[in-house]
Structure formats: structure tokens, C-alpha cells
Design a protein around this ligand. Structure first.
Ligand SMILES: C[S@@+](CC[C@H](N)C(=O)[O-])C[C@H]1O[C@@H](n2cnc3c(N)ncnc32)[C@H](O)[C@@H]1O
Length: 266
């Protein structure tokens, strides 16, 4: 089993672990526009659209990007984790969309009829799915002709310095999710099922100033989440060295990409 997909339920039973990684990104990203508002500005959302969010997590996208989204959309939230769906519904039902509903669902077997949605969104989740091509086929199936699929994922150069620190735990020197479903895999798999695929990268860097946030992020997923005391102390040592080398700052490129694919019309 891959590093990123290892024990998904443990990672995402609640949002606590996801929050440690998300905090690093939300707190330290340097960009003219935040990730979620940037995504919202790229989505081809027509008024009255019915949208399915696959692997919605706690629904942060919808609450954070509300200002930039049309309000007259029908939103369906799904996630493998019941806890995530519950939290996403709690967060999103009060938003002024036409309708918001949700249910647990596996991306590999979406419980919706063919041609149901105008848009499907799968953000930072396909590296968790054991057969990403099958999940993409499911997303393609539930789209109406002319509908769009928006997929986001990480590139191999994402937060490189931080992943180099994680080698002390035996991790590879890159974001493990990008090795499973990074820009190259997304491009190839999406083009295998959609004619029209375009990619854009969020222009952003990270300037991390608190070493503890790096420690919390790296211990929120395997193997850091089960590291021994000796390994954790070695990790703290590497983090301190990296911050000292950067004069108290960890400055690194963030590689988050968005792929928008359109289902053939007719
Ligand atoms: C990194 S989080 C992303 C959450 C949200 N899309 C976002 O971008 O903020 C990945 C989510 O995918 C969900 N997930 C993992 N495997 C899944 C599957 N096979 N089907 C549906 N959701 C899945 C996890 O439970 C988790 O909520």
C-alpha cells in the first residue's frame, strides 16, 4: 500500500491530521491570491449548475471561496469518510447555495446515475484512491455531456525542502502524493478519458517561520505518525538545522496544480 493511501481512515477519520498539513499551507503561503479563491476563479461554473464534490473533506473549499462562487448552484458533497461528510454538511448547509446535500461515497463507485452533474470536483484526493483511472472513469460517467471535471494535485517539486527534511524518517525527498498521482499522472490519465484537458499552477511559495508547524505536518501522516521517540528527536534536529540554514525561515515553492477537463458534448 502506498504511503499516501496507507490507513486512509486513520488519516481522515476526523479533520485533525488533515488540519496539521492544511495549517502549514494556509498560514505560510505567499501569493497574490489564496488557493481556494484562485480555484474558484478558474472553475467554469454556470448559474444553475449541479456540482459533485468527490473527496470533499471538511468542505473548506466551499466556505472559503464563497465570495467568488455563483450562489445558484446545487451542491452534492461526498467523501469516503462519514466524519468528513458530516463536518462538510455542518459547514456548508448554511451557505447561500440553492441546495446542499451529501453522503458518504467511494470515488471508485459513485452512487449516481450517468449524466447527472454539470461539474465534478476532485481536489487533492485522487492519490488516495487505489485505482485513479477507474475513479476518473466514474467522474466522467456521472458528468453530463459538455460538463467539466476539476482535479487538483501536487507536483514533485512541492515543498521540496520540507520533504528533504522528512528523509530522516525514511521518507522520500519529495511529496509522496505527487509520486502516486502528480502532474504527470494526472495529465496522462485525464487525457486518456477526456479530449479537452488544460492545466494551471497556482503561483505561490511558502515561507514557514515556526518549526513546530513543520514538525506537526510531518508527523500527521506515515511514517511520522508512528515514529519512535528517537526518530522524532532526529526529526526535530533536522528541522532545526534547516531553519538555521535559512536564517530562521523555510522558503520553498508550492506546486499545486489544477486540471480542468471537459466531457465531449454529444
Ligand atoms: C487531502 S483531503 C482533500 C479534501 C478536500 N477535497 C480539499 O481539497 O480540501 C482528501 C480527502 O479524500 C477522501 N478520500 C480518500 N479516499 C477516497 C475515496 N476512495 N473516495 C472518496 N473520498 C476519498 C479523504 O477522506 C479526504 O477527505
Amino acid at each position: 500500500m502506498s504511503v499516501a493511501s496507507h490507513d486512509n481512515r486513520k488519516q481522515y477519520g476526523t479533520n485533525e491530521r488533515l488540519a496539521a498539513r492544511a495549517r502549514l499551507v494556509t498560514k505560510y503561503t505567499i501569493s497574490d491570491i489564496g488557493w481556494f479563491p484562485w480555484i474558484a476563479g478558474q472553475l467554469p461554473l454556470d448559474p444553475g449548475a449541479s456540482i459533485l464534490d468527490v473527496g470533499c473533506g471538511p468542505g473548506w473549499f466551499w466556505s472559503s471561496a464563497m465570495e467568488r462562487l455563483p450562489k445558484d448552484i446545487d451542491l452534492t458533497l461526498t467523501d469516503l469518510s462519514e466524519g468528513m461528510v458530516r463536518e462538510a454538511l455542518e459547514r456548508c448547509t448554511s451557505l447561500p447555495f440553492t441546495s446542499v446535500k451529501g453522503k458518504p461515497a467511494d470515488a471508485a463507485t459513485l452512487p449516481f446515475a450517468a449524466g447527472t452533474f454539470d461539474g465534478v470536483i476532485a481536489m487533492h484526493m485522487l492519490y488516495h484512491v487505489s485505482d485513479a483511472a477507474k475513479a476518473i472513469a466514474e467522474m466522467h460517467r456521472v458528468l453530463k455531456p459538455g460538463g467539466f471535471l476539476a482535479v487538483t494535485t501536487n507536483g514533485m517539486g512541492d515543498m521540496k525542502t520540507m520533504y528533504e527534511i522528512a528523509t530522516v524518517l525514511g521518507s522520500p525527498p519529495y511529496n509522496p502524493t505527487a509520486a502516486i498521482f502528480g502532474f504527470d499522472q494526472a495529465n496522462t490519465m485525464l487525457k486518456a478519458q477526456f479530449d479537452n484537458v488544460r492545466m494551471a499552477q497556482h503561483p505561490a511559495r511558502l515561507r514557514v517561520t515556526d518549526p513546530e508547524d513543520v514538525f506537526l505536518a510531518l508527523t500527521s501522516y506515515p511514517p511520522g505518525d508512528t515514529a519512535s521517540e528517537a526518530e522524532l528527536s532526529a526529526l526535530r534536529g533536522e528541522i532545526s538545522r534547516a531553519f538555521a540554514a535559512g536564517n530562521g525561515v523555510l522558503d520553498m515553492e508550492k506546486q499545486f496544480g489544477l486540471f480542468i477537463s471537459v466531457k465531449k458534448d454529444g
